[in-house]
Write a protein that binds this ligand. Structure first.
Ligand SMILES: Cc1ncc(COP(=O)(O)O)c(C=O)c1O
Length: 394
């Protein structure tokens, strides 16, 4: 018995990730393989590192693409730093920071949770107060772009606070890199991890990470061996560095893909790319609000790449998401954890962030909601089109 040819449905990926992959990235993935220690591949690894540094806005030498998804990056950042008995402050305001707490516990370290409502940010003063009472803390961890809520956490003040307290600053940039500014050096971030499948518009599979020399000096003073062999950044540094010691076999086609995705980011220009994300999000939000829907996050802290909106009370979450998928081929995300059944998460990440997707989605949603008996205040697409006319063309 043979299965049929691979033929999944055609989709517009407007969920929390993966986002639509740029055709140039797909083409790069079909490039014939070379060996992972081939001189040509070593050049490709080097180029990937250089471009990652530019996009992370850092001089950190150890800026690489870790093999594994964003969660592997999260785990790598925490297991390399934390030892049993260490204290770690984790700012918790969504699902991914809760995952950080879980990993901290698995390192047998003690998580100190600074909590804020889902959909809001953690204030620097909250962390400052806890820091004063906590004694010696090894790191402060925070999620920059919380994909479960759509909130954008400001980082500059937290970075300065961490520096003042002589503790490491660890930041999840999975959903921010390539969509909004990530300034690793300026914001004094010591350790960060990202993912390929969000605003970089590459398939999932790699986690760009960056560690400062400060972070390495803490790692070098560990009492215990790093508990993970695969994610040991000292071994990975020798694999990605001049030594080129064999550690594992890099997923070659994924590195090809990421290299092309990074080239696309830099060809567009970081500032243009951030402006594009904001531009299309503004149009989407105008459309949703015109239809009478309410955004989860206040405008000051709203992510342009992940737009979370409350589901009207009388409307069933799954009915709408199924209709979007089956009738229009559009994927959006439902709520996670506390937000399950209560919010939709509409992604406009990387290649997905464009006018035709915004207009298609708003028309599809309006059609489905109207069919289900929901009365929209105004036409969403008219409000969005209005924004497109007012703002300069991108
Ligand atoms: C903010 C954030 N952190 C971490 C992760 C985990 O990444 P992955 O699913 O690629 O393992 C995600 C995935 O959605 C995320 O959005």
């Amino acid at each position: 018995m043979y299965y049929k040819d691979l033929n999944p449905g055609k989709r517009v990926l407007m969920g929390p990730g993966p986002s639509d992959v740029h055709p140039r990235v797909l083409k790069a993935m079909a490039t014939p393989l070379v060996g992972h220690l081939d001189p040509d591949f070593l050049t490709i690894m080097n180029e990937t590192k250089v471009m990652l540094k530019e996009i992370f806005q850092t001089e950190n030498e150890f800026t690489i693409a870790l093999s594994g998804t964003g969660s592997a990056g999260m785990e790598a950042c925490l297991v390399n730093i934390l030892e049993p008995g260490d204290k770690a402050i984790v700012c918790v305001n969504g699902l991914f920071s809760e995952r950080m707490v879980e990993i901290v516990k698995r390192c047998q370290a003690e998580p100190i949770i600074v909590e804020s409502e889902w959909g809001t940010i953690v204030e620097t003063e909250q962390v400052e107060r806890i820091l004063k009472k906590a004694g010696k803390v090894k790191l402060i961890a925070v999620v920059h772009a919380e994909t479960s809520t759509g909130a954008c956490q400001p980082l500059e003040e937290l970075g300065a606070l961490a520096k003042k307290a002589n503790t490491l600053f660890v930041v999840d940039t999975v959903t921010s890199l390539g969509g909004i500014p990530v300034k690793v050096d300026k914001w004094q971030i010591d350790v960060t991890y990202s993912g390929t499948q969000k605003c970089l518009s590459c398939p999932p599979g790699l986690s760009p990470v960056s560690f400062s020399e400060n972070a390495f000096s803490v790692i070098n003073h560990r009492k215990h061996k790093i508990q993970s062999w695969y994610l040991d950044v000292k071994l990975l540094r020798d694999y990605w560095g001049k030594e080129r010691f064999y550690h594992h076999t890099a997923p070659i086609s994924m590195v090809y893909a990421l290299r092309e995705a990074l080239r696309l980011v830099l060809q567009e220009g970081l500032e243009n790319r951030f402006a594009r994300h904001k531009f299309h999000s503004n149009a989407l939000v105008a459309g949703l609000e015109a239809m009478g829907l309410k955004m989860v996050v206040s405008a000051d802290y709203r992510l342009p790449e992940l737009n979370a909106v409350y589901i009207p009370k009388e409307i069933n979450d799954l009915t709408v998401r199924r209709a979007l998928l089956n009738e229009y081929g559009i994927e959006i995300g439902g709520g996670l954890g506390k937000f399950k059944g209560k919010v939709w998460r509409i992604g406009l990440m990387g290649y997905t962030s464009k006018k035709e997707n915004v207009m298609l989605f708003l028309s599809a949603l309006e059609d489905i909601l109207t069919y289900l008996g929901y009365k929209t205040n105004e036409r969403g697409i008219i409000a969005a089109a209005d924004i497109y006319r007012k703002q300069s063309k991108i």
